[in-house]
Design a protein around this ligand. Structure first.
Ligand code: FDA
Length: 393
């Protein structure tokens, strides 16, 4: 027996649940399907378990896309304040961590529970643990064959996310459906992802694993200022995840550690104030002690600060303020927070997310070629694009 509804949503993640809520509130009979056992798994683990659910500053400038204008309409019609109103209506305590990033005080699970509550109130049917066997057009309706039977609806919303973290159920299904219905794809690559380093540099830096410091990191003309973390595999931390979205194989990145400090000036001042101290002691006033020692050993010279020439001090200051390296690669989709690229926005309506070549078919969230910076921007895109589609189906 074929089950018929008004709207089928595939993917019970951030975007799919939001679309279902918006459509359900408009009186549509909505069925949401997901192959995972539980909905909203990425929300649950996001933001270190506290979900950085939006960013107060979110606007088109914070997104990468082949068409930077595409995201404008949806973002303008469902803003960070709209989502915040929902969060507050559910009594979820939140705080602004930094740079407009809003987090739950308690747990990301509260956001999942809020969305499930809204879906139930809007009369949405949710089926988890359902395998999708095929999607086709049958007359005026979309027919979705699943492990639990066949469903049909005149509107089908694809919200299955990107390729990041296959272990959590990412499948790339959205791209296959898009291609089958005549939509184009842009190149996809892992983004918001740590860098790996070539073995020599990695072993040299191994003693620094676990250390972090404030940096300005540059790749080409793009710069981010946030924390950087040395890891056992390479480099991570918010600054590195941010720059990974613009980095391409072979590119160098330039790192300025402790960007507020005039390092050469500080070393010269330390030399004249107390020339008997070592270089690593002087550097430790600026950087974590282990990092200070590594740089002093690699770029300095033995002896007291008083024995070091301005040329040596300049070399050391440059190692802190203009460290240039070529990452070997990234950790890939295994740990990437998002997928850059995806469904070509030329084939979607920016107001509704409907596919231009296939009336009644919608694509939302991470599968679309719209990728946010780190810091709550990706969820805001999921909410906004989901809301746009849910208002149109
Ligand atoms: P999402 O991936 O959330 O949902 C897709 C759904 O489709 C899943 O439920 C999946 O099971 C289902 N699905 C996939 N394939 C299927 C198939 N073949 N059949 C049926 N169902 C299928 N962003 C942010 O703004 N703030 C943050 O704090 C974080 N933190 C964060 C941490 C980590 C570790 C990761 C990996 C990512 C983040 N992100 C983030 C990014 C954010 O999680 C991401 O942008 C959104 O979850 C995208 O929402 P979607 O609904 O598009 O996809």
């Amino acid at each position: 027996m074929i089950k018929v509804s008004d709207v089928i949503v595939i993917g019970a993640g951030a975007a799919g649940m939001m679309a279902a809520i918006a459509a359900g509130k408009r009186g549509r009979r909505v069925t949401v399907l997901d192959h995972a056992k539980a909905p909203g798994e990425k929300i649950r683990i996001s933001g270190g378990g506290r979900c950085n659910f939006t960013n107060l500053d979110a606007g088109p400038k914070n997104y990468y896309s082949s068409n930077p204008h595409f995201c404008k309409s949806a973002l303008a019609r469902y803003t960070p304040h709209d989502f915040l109103k929902l969060v507050e209506a559910h009594g979820i305590a939140w705080h602004e961590k930094t740079l407009g990033q809003l987090f739950c005080d308690g747990s990301a699970k509260e956001i999942v529970a809020m969305l499930l509550g809204e879906m139930a109130a809007a009369g949405v049917t949710l089926q988890t643990g359902v395998e999708i066997a095929g999607v086709e057009k049958a007359g005026e309706r979309y027919r979705v064959a699943t492990s639990e039977g066949v469903l049909e609806a005149p509107a089908l919303v694809i919200a299955t996310g990107g390729k990041s973290i296959p272990k959590m159920g990412a499948t790339g299904l959205a791209y296959r459906i898009a291609e089958n219905f005549g939509l184009r794809l842009t190149e996809t690559r892992p983004a918001l992802v740590p860098f790996t380093l070539e073995p020599g540099l990695l072993s040299e830096l191994s003693e620094l694993a676990g250390l972090s410091c404030e940096v300005e990191v540059r790749c080409g003309k793009t710069m981010f200022r946030e924390a950087m973390l040395f890891t056992h595999r390479g480099l991570s931390g918010p600054a590195i995840l941010q720059i990974s979205a613009v980095w391409r194989e072979g590119d160098a990145i330039r790192i300025r550690m402790e960007p507020d400090v005039d390092v050469l000036g500080a070393l010269k001042a330390a030399k004249s104030a107390n020339g008997r101290q070592s270089l690593s002691t002087a550097l430790a006033a600026i950087l974590p002690a282990r990092l200070a020692k590594y740089i002093a050993d690699k770029h300095g010279a033995p002896g007291h600060l008083a024995d070091l020439s301005d040329k040596v001090l300049t070399r050391v200051a440059d190692a802190v303020s203009d460290w240039t390296i070529k990452p070997a690669g990234t950790e890939g989709y295994r740990t990437a927070e998002v997928t850059l690229g995806g469904i070509d926005t030329r084939d979607l309506d920016s107001k509704t997310m409907e596919a231009k070549p296939a009336q009644g078919l919608y694509f939302i969230g991470e599968c679309v070629d719209v990728t946010g910076w780190l810091g709550g921007y990706n969820f805001q895109w999921a909410w906004a694009s989901g809301h746009a589609a849910g208002g149109a189906v």
